[in-house]
Design a protein around this ligand. Structure first.
Ligand code: E4P
Ligand code: PEP
Length: 338
């Protein structure tokens, strides 16, 4: 069982619950997050249920869920959640496009990419300042300098920014510039990082590990939620299979499956999954038609000079079609392009 405390619950409320649970022979594990406190309970479910915990002062909810991912499970949370990044909604009846460069390289390249993203119908700007690279000799990102460029670009365009954090020690600095923190595929099971972003007070975009099952992905989300942050968006970005024609295999069925198991919004990355420009539009169509709550797409003004993932970046000529795909298919799916 899990107790979710109300945001205004006091320390006395929490202490009284711990005492109540202990007196009933149970154990209570308290996790104090930025916006709310979560108490995990271990013990005899029947005895704990008799305590009428829901009626205790400061309690917002009590969850009795069989899944190992309790806070993000849909079992006890029938309606699907909407996560807001500043004023941009993800989930519900919305279709949200996030676009931008894979990596922040220069102020000009970032601003031009933001202009391209907006032309493609994007409401949020993506861009990596800390890049998780396979090779230690590959471009690792500009670090804080890149975050400053993103913040300047937000100033000029008004687009909120989504950017990746790769190390728990960097969460504070990245959160001081970002509007949404991204945890990438390579870090999906970096538990210290998940806990740190759970405490950062910003929405989180959690990509599926390329070798992770859907259940493992949801348990990774639970690490974030357990620190008091339920503003999590799941992102299917392709998994490793025997197929070599694509960079990864987009697991399109993960969209309805994750939506059935969890109340969190689910978006798709057609760029990192396919790894090729000519696959991005077909995979975007597939994602929206499968019911995804959004897509996250790489764009670049000059992909031939890109320092990371140029071959998968959309170019100027693709933007109108992406906008059309997102607009037309969203309407057919009963969603509004935000
Ligand atoms: C991009 O965002 C990632 O950092 C990139 O896909 C890493 O891949 P690579 O380092 O194998 O090129
Ligand atoms: C990215 O979106 O910049 C990225 C690194 O993606 P992934 O973690 O899916 O490879």
């Amino acid at each position: 069982m899990v107790i979710v405390m109300a945001p205004d619950a006091t320390s006395d409320n929490i202490d009284s619950l711990v005492t109540l649970v202990s007196a009933a022979g149970g154990e209570a594990y308290v996790t104090r997050g930025v916006s709310r406190t979560i108490i995990g309970l271990v013990g005899d479910v029947q005895r704990l249920s008799n305590l009428d915990l829901r009626a205790q002062p400061g309690v917002s909810d009590v969850l009795r869920i069989s899944a190992p991912y309790k806070l993000v499970s849909r079992e006890n949370h029938v309606s699907r959640s909407v996560v807001r990044v500043r004023d941009v909604p993800i989930g519900g009846d919305h279709m949200t496009v996030i676009a931008g460069p894979c990596a922040v390289e220069t102020p000009e390249q970032t601003l031009e990419s933001a202009r391209m993203a907006a032309d493609a119908g994007a409401a949020l700007l993506r861009g990596g300042a800390y890049k998780p690279r396979t090779s230690p000799y590959a471009f690792q990102g500009l670090g804080e300098e890149g975050l400053k460029i993103l913040a300047e670009t937000r100033e000029e365009t008004g687009m909120p920014i989504v950017t990746e954090v790769v190390d728990a020690g960097d969460v504070e600095v990245v959160a001081s510039y970002a509007d949404m923190l991204q945890v990438g595929t390579r870090n999906m099971q970096n538990f210290a990082l998940l806990q740190a972003v759970g405490e950062a007070g910003l929405p989180v975009l959690l990509k599926r590990g390329m070798n992770a099952t859907i259940e493992e992905w949801l348990m990774a989300a639970e690490y974030i939620a357990q620190r008091g942050n339920l503003d999590i968006v799941l992102c299917e970005r392709g998994i490793r299979t025997f197929e070599k024609a694509t960079r990864n295999t987009l697991d399109i069925s993960a969209v309805p499956v994750a939506q059935e198991l969890s109340h969190l919004p689910v978006i798709v990355d057609p760029s990192h999954s396919g790894g090729k420009r000519n696959l991005v539009l077909p995979l975007s169509r597939a994602a929206i038609a499968a019911g995804a709550d959004g897509i996250i797409v790489d764009v670049h003004p000059t992909p031939e000079t890109a320092l990371c993932d140029g071959p998968q970046a959309l170019v100027e000529e693709d933007l109108a079609e992406l906008r059309d795909v997102a607009g037309t298919l969203s309407t057919l799916m009963g969603r509004d392009l935000t």
